[in-house]
Design a protein around this ligand. Structure first.
Ligand SMILES: C[C@@H](N)C(=O)N[C@H](C)C(=O)O
Ligand SMILES: [Zn+2]
Length: 225
């Protein structure tokens, strides 16, 4: 009897730990089984893997494929890393998006400085690639490249593809269909409400406010499962 209740206790603990890994949507605290910490205990500036931290985003991490402006696979695997505070605000934005019938789909998150240097060599235009001398907010783990999908997970029309480096990608460009303008404005207001700022030249790029104050990083993430 005593032995049984001991096993029962262990079983309950394991079940609780697995439950805690679930996302906030289900009302649980986030617990990382592999790293053995409660996410609420870590600092706001710690890098978190968004895929593990919250299960409610869609991804098309372009630089982990050859389908990007460099035509090269730049990342070894499709991992989205962000500082915890940026992840928390992005989760807030995704909840607002969901309430309006959308999902946030992510193209890029943290980007090592060396990658920024490679990009700058190809496109030395600060409207489209931040100068690595100052560093991008991506290098600080506080910027995201994103779009919206509808509730069936189909991309909404934003007028240009991701990383289209031309005037048509600008928030100031108005010679577009009213639906496209409405879609860009929807994303912009969702992100601004969630403490992010847009970049005028790129409809997909958002910086966490005050994200420029964080340190630039150049680490590569581990691709082991
Ligand atoms: C390269 C593009 N996706 C991007 O993120 N551009 C901004 C300006 C950046 O490099 O920070
Ligand atoms: Zn960007």
């Amino acid at each position: 009897m005593i032995g049984l209740s001991k096993y029962g206790f262990i079983l309950i603990c394991i079940t609780l730990l697995i439950s805690c890994k679930s996302t906030e949507e289900f009302g649980y605290t986030k617990y990382d089984l592999k790293q053995n910490f409660l996410y609420e205990d870590i600092s706001d500036t710690t890098f978190v893997v968004l895929q593990k931290y919250d299960a409610n985003f869609l991804y098309d991490l372009k630089y982990a494929t050859e389908d990007n402006f460099t035509k090269q696979k730049i990342y070894d695997c499709a991992t989205c890393l962000l500082r915890k505070k940026a992840a928390d605000y992005l989760i807030k934005a995704n909840k607002a998006a969901k309430q309006q019938g959308y999902y946030i789909k992510i193209f890029d998150c943290y980007r090592p400085l060396d990658v920024q240097k490679k990009m700058w060599e190809l496109v030395p235009n600060p409207d489209y690639v931040a100068n690595p001398k100052n560093g991008s907010v991506h290098n600080r783990g506080c910027a995201v490249d994103i779009t919206l999908t509808d509730k069936n997970k189909n991309d909404v029309d934003m007028g240009t593809s991701f990383d289209y480096f031309g005037i048509e990608a600008s928030h100031n460009y108005t010679k577009l269909d009213s639906t496209i303008i409405k879609n860009r404005k929807t994303l912009k207001s969702i992100m601004q409400e969630a403490n992010f700022s847009p970049l005028n030249s790129e409809w997909w790029h958002y910086n966490l406010n005050e994200g420029t104050k964080e340190k630039i990083s150049n680490f590569k993430w581990n691709c082991e499962p």
